[in-house]
Design a protein around this ligand. Structure first.
Ligand code: GLP
Length: 261
């Protein structure tokens, strides 16, 4: 796991964008994994700018979303499919149908989850997965206690996540759906490169457990310690509880230029 401590959201976004632009230049048909939440928003802005500047094209790429609320009406602005459309998909040149997400309106939710895992496999797997982390340590919507081998499935949100996400629903926790579909931890672990972004002091404990704690379903992100290629991009506040912060800074400052992320 490579931990990169950067000064601000803009630098974190630019660093993640570099990795995506580099991947698409080398492999225009790459499969991206897209996350919602506020953490990747600056990255999506950066990618839209680079696309407008002619520096990157998504025309042959595919993308899979991490998760979706169950039951939000198709036109609801906070439905993750609509969020991703607004924040990134509509701002670049993805082909029609190239961006997929779990179907939170399916009548047979378990079948929709199985079909989603299969669609990811059929596309050849995710090359680069963007991730955020919840303040309770969840990855996608894999809440504490999630099976470390889980596949895409239905989950019930914790009170903490409902409270955290109420800001997207007019501050009203009662308006946040109780159920979601989420790629499982086992599904996410199959992506070739995981790029996780976290900003702010409220993420410091989760980042500490994820990077330096024991691997445990209590802190689902800690499973990433078993992945061979993880990049964790954090600001100083999110890095505040990392015991080896000085080492991570030293390592990044001395990183061979050829290595990339
Ligand atoms: C939601 C999403 C996660 C995201 C998390 C953190 O729960 N399902 O994918 O990582 O929020 O969100 P934020 O980046 O807004 O803190």
């Amino acid at each position: 796991m490579e931990v990169v401590i950067l000064p601000d959201a803009k630098t974190i976004a630019a660093t993640a964008a570099d990795a995506i632009v580099h991947l698409l230049a080398a492999k225009p048909t790459a499969v991206l994994g897209l996350a919602t939440g506020s953490s990747p928003l600056a990255l999506y802005n950066e990618l839209a700018l680079r696309y407008a500047a002619g520096q990157v094209s998504f025309a042959q790429a595919k993308a899979f979303m991490l998760d979706e609320y169950v039951g939000l009406p198709a036109e609801h602005p906070e439905r993750y499919r609509n969020v991703i459309e607004r924040e990134i998909a509509a701002r670049v040149d993805f082909a029609p149908g190239a961006v997929q997400g779990p179907d939170g309106l399916a009548t047979d939710l378990p079948a929709a989850c199985r079909a989603y895992d299969q669609a990811i496999r059929d596309a050849g797997g995710v090359d680069l997965q963007i991730l955020g982390i919840g303040s309770d340590g969840h990855i996608a919507f894999n809440e504490p206690g999630s099976s470390l081998a889980s596949r895409t499935r239905l989950k019930t949100l914790t009170r903490q996540t409902i409270a955290d996400n109420a800001r997207f629903f007019g501050g009203d926790p009662a308006a946040v759906p109780r159920h979601v579909l989420t790629q499982g931890l086992g599904t996410i672990m199959e992506a070739k490169h995981l790029v996780l972004m976290a900003l702010g002091r409220h993420k410091a404990e989760a980042i500490h457990h994820m990077v330096e704690g024991g691997v445990s379903a209590m802190w689902p992100g800690s499973l990433l310690q078993f992945h061979p290629h993880v990049t964790v991009l954090v600001d100083d506040a999110a890095a505040a509880r990392l015991q080896l912060a000085d080492y991570y800074r030293h390592t990044y400052a001395n990183k061979p230029a050829w290595q990339g992320l």
